[in-house]
Write a protein that binds this ligand. Structure first.
Ligand SMILES: Cc1ncc(COP(=O)(O)O)c(C=O)c1O
Length: 468
């Protein structure tokens, strides 16, 4: 008996055992092929190997295989295309089940916070970088990529975050991850392993991030957020997760005195700050605030990501960690079996080295600033009582509606008009929050395609006007 992989013309075919010594090999092969089609292992439209190659691999006479194929064609299991080959036939499909009566819904335009527009991704520059990077890889680069990331990317990231965000980073301090969520999971696991039990988070943020924290065994301390950012004076935890440049999603920066205070807290208590700089590059008023990490590099993990400014399809983020933590993050990553795609890392390194990444960021910064301005102008003229909250930065705005308006009613009105945005209360870590939250919506302006943006603004502003 032998199990068979037939390989010719790029085709592999695994068949149930066929015994070449079988007194009736033709029958056995027919049964095996029918069975493969019947059970769906060979899907309709799949090309099967030539009779010559299958015969060679099975140790059968070519004629035997040709006769089997002829028989299966006659029965409708296979289709022969003259001069081209043999395919699994299209079998009649069962009639589709009647679907429930269609509701008049339009696919919603996604205005959730923080999503970038895939249409902005610079494909030509990406392809050029990919061509150059992959052609330049040595044989050793095509082995297993080091767990902490491709050395060249670690070097480029260290240079980039130092230059653009004022982060104090050497290449050895950088751990490449798949994005912020992985960085968060690794840092929480490292904290837990070192005996930490409590992590403070801002009262506003993503529930999925809070979930990652809890799943690692840490408990949460919820820090209120006011007009100067998180109340770091209330810290009573082993570590704290902050979005200092642009509180997510409230949009306020952490006030200078609080930045200093949290750095001093970390040094005095041997605490750790995880700085989520998710949209640090996207500041529109020419007053970027550098990374908090530079105030206490031994106590801050700086987390950046290419998933917003470039593309989530890249799936690359980075942590710049204090020296004592880098090895631990690397070990934890290895234990989890996570290793980022080496080719993608090589391409990102090339984008950074050639400054194509910088040029892209500068271009989308202008695009997104323009989008924000258009939304603000339309709101000012049509819903003058509404206020935009937060810095001119990032990929979303917080709109505070006037007294009497209800954010959830606004979200529902948006859904009826085909736009999906969220209420600020959806981001709260605890209830009840600030009563004003019930009047605030969070509107992303990154995701729609350029041609769809005007309609998205129109629908959003009309929905907000309806509830005011
Ligand atoms: C507050 C915040 N941090 C980080 C991220 C980036 O996460 P990732 O790099 O995992 O895509 C996001 C993306 O939505 C975010 O909103």
């Amino acid at each position: 008996m032998m199990e068979t992989w037939a390989t010719r013309a790029g085709l592999d075919l695994f068949l149930a055992p066929v015994d070449a010594r079988d007194t009736r090999p033709r029958r056995a092969l027919e049964d095996a092929l029918r069975d493969a089609v019947r059970t769906g292992r060979l899907a309709p439209g799949t090309r099967v190997p030539s009779s010559r190659s299958l015969a060679a691999d099975l140790g059968l006479a070519r004629n035997t295989v040709a006769e089997v194929y002829g028989q299966l064609v006659a029965e409708g299991w296979f289709e022969a295309r003259v001069g081209a080959g043999t395919w699994v036939g299209e079998r009649p499909r069962p009639a589709p089940r009647p679907s429930p009566p269609a509701r008049a819904t339009r696919p919603a335009t996604d205005l959730r916070a923080g999503l970038p527009d895939g249409g902005q991704v610079p494909r030509a520059a990406w392809v050029a970088a990919a061509r150059k990077a992959i052609a330049g890889l040595g044989a050793a680069d095509l082995g297993y990529t080091p767990t902490a990331g491709l050395p060249r990317l670690r070097t480029e990231v260290a240079g980039y975050v130092g230059r653009t965000r004022g982060v104090v980073a050497r290449p050895d301090d950088v751990v490449v991850t798949t994005g912020f969520s992985e960085t968060l999971a690794l840092v929480c696991a490292a904290l837990h392993a070192s005996g930490a039990r409590r992590l403070a988070v801002e009262a506003y943020g993503h529930e999925r991030h809070r979930h990652v924290v809890r799943a690692s065994g840490l408990t949460l301390q919820v820090l209120p957020v006011d007009g100067e950012g998180a109340r770091v004076d209330l810290l009573d935890a082993d570590a704290v997760l902050l979005t200092p440049a642009h509180q997510f999603p409230r949009g306020v920066p952490l006030a200078p005195a609080r930045r200093v205070a949290v750095a001093r807290w970390a040094e005095a208590t041997d605490g750790l700050v995880l700085e989520d700089d998710y949209d640090g590059e996207l500041r529109y008023d020419r007053r970027p605030v550098g990374a908090l990490q530079a105030l206490a590099p031994d106590h801050v993990v700086y987390a950046g990501t290419a998933n917003k400014a470039f593309s989530p399809a890249l799936g690359v983020g980075w942590a710049v960690a204090p020296g004592w933590l880098v090895g631990e993050l690397e070990r934890l990553r290895g234990d989890r079996g996570v290793r980022s795609d080496g080719l993608g890392q090589a391409v990102l390194a090339e984008l950074l080295a050639s400054h194509a990444y910088d040029r892209h960021v500068r271009r989308v910064r202008a695009t997104y600033r323009d989008r924000r301005d258009r939304l603000a102008a339309s709101l000012a003229s049509r819903v003058p009582a509404a206020r935009l909250r937060g810095l001119p930065a990032g990929l979303h705005v917080v709109v505070e509606l006037p007294h009497g308006a209800d954010a959830r009613a606004a979200v529902a009105a948006g859904a009826r008009r085909g736009v999906r945005f969220e209420s600020l209360a959806d981001f709260r870590a605890d209830d009840p929050g600030d009563p004003a939250d019930a009047r605030c919506v969070v509107v992303g302006f990154g995701a729609p395609a350029a041609h769809a943006y005007a309609a998205a603004v129109e629908a959003t502003v009309a929905a907000l006007a309806e509830v005011c």
